[in-house]
Write a protein that binds this ligand. Structure first.
Ligand code: NBP
Length: 483
C-alpha cells in the first residue's frame, strides 16, 4: 500500500511533523539525507503510541512509496540544502506531483524554485510553520502559499495536523500564490521579535526601577495572562522567571549571559519593511537591541564611563505596574499594525491578495505569537478588509486612546531613569506620528529642495515646485518655478 504523504528532512521539525501526520491516521513515508535519522524516526513512531511511519533510506525508494499525485514535504535547512533536496526529489517526480517546503525561507527563493518546478509540471508550495518542536508534533500554525489546486489536495492533511482553535478552526488556510506563505511567516517572526522585546522592557522596568524580585514579576505576568494580554509569550515569561537553577543557587534567568542571538527571519522583516516603504519601528528596535546586546564586552567598558541616572525612590509601584500593563498592550497593537501593514504592502506589490483577517486567524493557535489580541485583529480586518491601518479600527482605536496617558508616563519614566525602552517608545512614536495631520516633513522637503533641487508639493496648489532659496542659488541661475 502506498503512502499518503512523504516527509523529507528529519531533524527537529521534520521528525515531529511526520509523527503528527501519522498520529492523525495518514500513512507517512519518511526520508533524510543521512539514514540514521530515518531509523530514529521509525523507532520514535513505534514508541509513541502506535503511529507507524514507513522509513525509506534511498531517495528512489522514498519516491516509489508515495501514492500519485505525490506529495512531499521537505523540512531541511533553509537555503542551499533546499535547492539540493528539490533537485534530487524532482528528478524522480512527475507532472502533477507536489513539493511543499516547510522551512523558514526567504520568499524570493520560493518564487524562483516554483518557476523552475513549473517547467517540469511540479507544483510548489512554500509553507511557513510556527510552533517549534512542540507545535510541529501536536499542532503548529501553518502558513501555505502556492498554487490553490495543489493546496486543496493537501488541505485534508494540514487541517487535521494544524493547531485547532475551537471558535475559528484549524490554524491553516490558503494565503495566496507562491512566496506569500513564506512572507507571512517572516513577518510573524518579526512580530515575535517585537513582542519579546516589549516584554523584556517591561521586565526591565519592574526589575531595575521597581526593584521587584523574580517571583513578584512572575506573579504579575501570571495575572496579566488572565487579561487582554493573554498570550503564549506572556505565559512562558512567567515560567522562565520562576525557573530555579539546579547547578547553583538562584534563578536560571539571572545566570544567563545577556547576549541575544538570532537566526535571520527578524532581520528579513526589517529589510523587507525598508524595501516596501513600511515603517516598522517596534520590530526594528527589537532587532537593534539584539545587535547591541551582542556587544557585551563593549557595553561593559562603556558602563565604566557612563553611569545611570539615580532612580526616584518615591515611585508609586502599583501605579507604575498598571501603567506598564497599559503601555504593553497599546505597544503590542502598534507592533501588529506595523506587521500587517507590511504584509499588505507586499501583497499589493506582488498581487497576492492576502486576507489579513485570515493571517490573524492562522496565528491564533500553535504559533509563538498566539494571543488574545488576535481575536480583535481578525474582527477588525473581517469588518473592513481594506482597513488602512489596524490603529484606526473603531474597537482598537478606543483601546489605544484609553491607554495613552499611561503609555506616555511609562516611556517618560524609562527615559528619566536611563532605562532604554526602544520598542515601547518605538510603538508610541509610531502612534504619535501616524495620528498627526501635519508633520515637520514640510521642513525636510524644504531642505531637500534647498540642497538637491528635489522639488516639493504644496498644500494650496497642484503640481511640483522648486524655490531658489538664496542669492547663492540665484547667482548660479536658479529660479523659482513650477515643474
Ligand atoms: P535544521 O534547519 O537544523 O536542518 C537539519 C536538516 O537539514 C537535517 O535533516 C539535515 O540532514 C538536512 N540537510 C542539511 Br543541514 N543539508 C542538507 C542537504 N544539503 N541536503 C539534504 N538535507 C540536508 O532542521 P530544523 O531545525 O528541523 O528546521 C527545519 C526548517 O524548519 C528550517 O527551515 C527551520 O528554519 C524551520 N523551523 C525550525 C523551527 C525550530 O524550532 N527548529 C521552527 C520553525 C521553523 P542530515 O540529517 O543528513 O544532516
Amino acid at each position: 500500500e502506498k503512502c499518503d504523504v512523504g516527509l523529507y528532512g528529519l531533524a527537529v521539525m521534520g521528525q515531529n511533523f511526520a509523527l503528527n501526520m501519522a498520529s492523525h491516521g495518514f500513512k507517512v513515508c519518511v526520508g533524510n539525507r543521512s539514514s540514521s535519522k530515518v531509523d530514529t524516526t521509525v523507532e520514535r513512531a513505534k514508541n509513541e503510541g502506535n503511529v507507524p511511519v514507513v522509513g525509506a533510506k534511498e531517495i528512489e525508494e522514498f519516491i516509489a512509496r508515495l501514492s500519485k499525485p505525490r506529495k512531499v514535504i521537505i523540512l531541511v535547512q533553509a537555503g542551499k540544502p533546499v535547492d539540493q533536496t528539490i533537485s534530487k526529489l524532482s528528478a524522480l517526480m512527475e507532472p502533477g506531483d507536489i513539493i511543499i517546503d516547510g522551512g523558514n525561507e526567504w520568499f524570493p527563493n520560493s518564487i524562483r524554485r516554483a518557476e523552475d518546478l513549473t517547467q517540469k509540471g511540479i507544483h510548489f508550495i512554500g509553507m511557513g510553520i510556527s510552533g517549534g518542536e512542540e507545535g510541529a508534533r501536536n499542532g503548529p500554525s501553518l502558513m501555505p502559499g502556492g498554487p490553490k489546486q495543489a493546496y486543496d489536495l493537501l488541505a485534508p492533511i494540514f487541517e487535521k495536523c494544524a493547531a485547532q482553535v475551537s471558535r475559528t478552526g484549524p490554524c491553516v488556510g490558503y494565503l495566496g500564490p507562491i512566496g506569500s506563505g513564506n512572507y507571512v511567516k517572516t513577518v510573524h517572526n518579526g512580530i515575535e521579535y517585537g513582542d519579546m522585546q516589549l516584554i523584556a522592557e517591561v521586565y526591565d522596568v519592574m526589575k531595575t526601577i521597581l526593584k521587584m524580585d523574580n517571583e513578584e514579576i512572575a506573579d504579575q505576568f501570571a495575572e496579566w495572562n488572565k487579561t487582554e494580554l493573554d498570550s503564549y509569550l506572556i505565559e512562558i515569561t512567567e515560567k522562565c522567571l520562576r525557573k530555579k537553577d539546579d547547578m547553583t543557587d538562584g534563578y536560571v534567568v539571572d545566570k544567563i549571559l545577556d547576549k541575544a542571538g538570532m537566526k535571520g527571519t527578524g532581520r528579513w522583516t526589517i529589510q523587507e519593511a525598508a524595501e516596501r516603504g513600511v515603517a516598522a519601528p517596534t520590530m526594528a528596535a527589537a532587532l537593534d537591541t539584539r545587535l547591541l546586546s551582542a556587544r557585551k564586552e563593549e557595553r561593559v567598558a562603556a558602563s565604566k564611563i557612563f553611569s545611570s541616572p539615580s532612580v526616584d525612590e518615591s515611585i508609586d509601584k502599583a501605579r507604575v505596574v498598571d501603567d506598564l500593563k497599559a503601555a504593553l498592550y497599546a505597544s503590542k497593537i502598534c507592533s501588529y499594525a506595523q506587521g500587517l501593514s507590511l504584509i499588505k504592502a507586499a501583497s499589493d506589490e506582488f498581487n497576492w491578495n492576502v486576507d489579513l483577517s485570515e493571517c490573524a486567524r492562522l496565528w491564533m493557535g500553535g504559533c509563538i505569537i498566539r494571543a488574545k489580541l488576535l481575536d480583535s485583529i481578525q474582527q477588525a480586518f473581517s469588518n473592513d478588509p481594506d482597513l488602512d491601518n489596524l490603529l484606526v479600527d473603531s474597537g482598537l482605536s478606543k483601546e489605544i486612546i484609553d491607554r495613552t496617558p499611561a503609555w506616555r508616563r511609562t516611556v517618560a519614566l524609562c527615559t528619566t531613569s536611563g532605562i532604554a525602552c526602544p520598542s515601547l517608545c518605538g510603538s508610541l512614536t509610531y502612534f504619535d506620528t501616524y495620528r498627526r495631520e501635519r508633520l515637520p516633513a514640510s521642513l525636510t522637503q524644504a531642505q531637500r529642495d534647498f540642497f538637491g533641487g528635489h522639488t516639493y508639493e504644496r498644500i494650496d496648489m497642484n503640481g511640483r515646485f522648486h524655490t531658489a532659496w538664496t542669492d547663492a542659488h540665484r547667482d548660479i541661475g536658479d529660479v523659482n518655478h513650477r515643474v
